[in-house]
Ligand binder design. Structure first.
Ligand SMILES: C[S@@+](CC[C@H](N)C(=O)[O-])C[C@H]1O[C@@H](n2cnc3c(N)ncnc32)[C@H](O)[C@@H]1O
Length: 227
């Protein structure tokens, strides 16, 4: 005997099939969104951004120059240096921000030579990126001959410098005692008229020690010192 189809059995099955289909359609965009979120996790930071003490997080351009309060002293020293022949030499360019502040105060005929090996920056930028950025920051001043940007180890620069006695040096590379001592001794040896630098502060006792051994800062503004 053929099985009979009871209409009351079929109706709920059809209704639930339609309901499932409707749910699939309605929920498709939400399911796609959730899938996307789980498929593409955010990529991890590159190792050079997680190196000790180096981070682009919290970047602020003020980290790339001396304290704002010290700029008037730097610029006054630059103006004073125009009485002497010879270049202004900055050891430690970083991004060229202080270089630019010095260029704004210098006499038109004065030249700034700025030296950096691009071996350190506070943001963990790789050396080539660091140098490319500095090169762009200083592009106008270099193209117009106001600034010469030298990519070199400072010791090599000291060893090979053949120019006239500098009108001013600004020492701002490695802030420990032996390195700052070397910088000051070179500046004295080549007859620099004004010897100045950055980071005479408790954070860098080596800078304080050598500056004090040389008679202490004649002037100090924030942590910019001048002998
Ligand atoms: C504190 S930053 C200079 C800041 C810069 N004078 C300013 O005020 O904008 C120190 C710089 O010294 C450079 N440096 C460190 N050791 C060096 C070396 N042996 N020779 C040349 N440059 C060096 C680093 O690459 C870095 O750019």
């Amino acid at each position: 005997m053929p099985a009979t189809t009871d209409r009351t059995d079929v109706a709920p099955r059809v209704t639930s099939r339609i309901a499932r289909k409707a749910w699939r359609e309605v929920s498709r965009p939400i399911r796609r969104m959730l899938d996307r979120e789980t498929v593409a996790p955010p990529s991890l930071p590159k190792p050079y951004l997680t190196g000790e003490g180096a981070s682009i997080a919290g970047f602020h351009p003020q980290q790339a120059t001396v304290e704002t309060a010290a700029l008037p002293l730097v610029q006054r020293l630059v103006r004073e240096s125009s009485r002497f022949p010879g270049p202004i030499i900055e050891i430690g360019t970083l991004l060229g921000v202080t270089t630019t502040h010095m260029a704004l105060a210098k006499a038109p005929e004065q030249k700034i030579i700025t030296v950096d090996l691009y071996c350190w920056n506070p943001w963990g930028l790789p050396p080539a990126v660091h140098e490319a950025l500095t090169s762009q920051v200083l592009a106008y001043l270099v193209a117009t001959g106001h600034v010469e940007r030298i990519s070199m180890d400072k010791d090599e620069f000291f060893r090979t410098y053949q120019g006239p006695p500098p009108a001013m040096v600004f020492l701002d590379a490695i802030h420990d005692y032996p390195e700052t001592k070397k910088d000051v001794e070179w500046a004295r040896r080549v007859g620099a008229q004004i010897i100045s630098g950055h980071d005479y502060c408790d954070e860098f006792p080596g800078v304080k020690q050598i500056v004090d051994e040389c008679g202490g800062p004649r002037e100090l503004s924030a942590s910019v010192w001048v002998l």
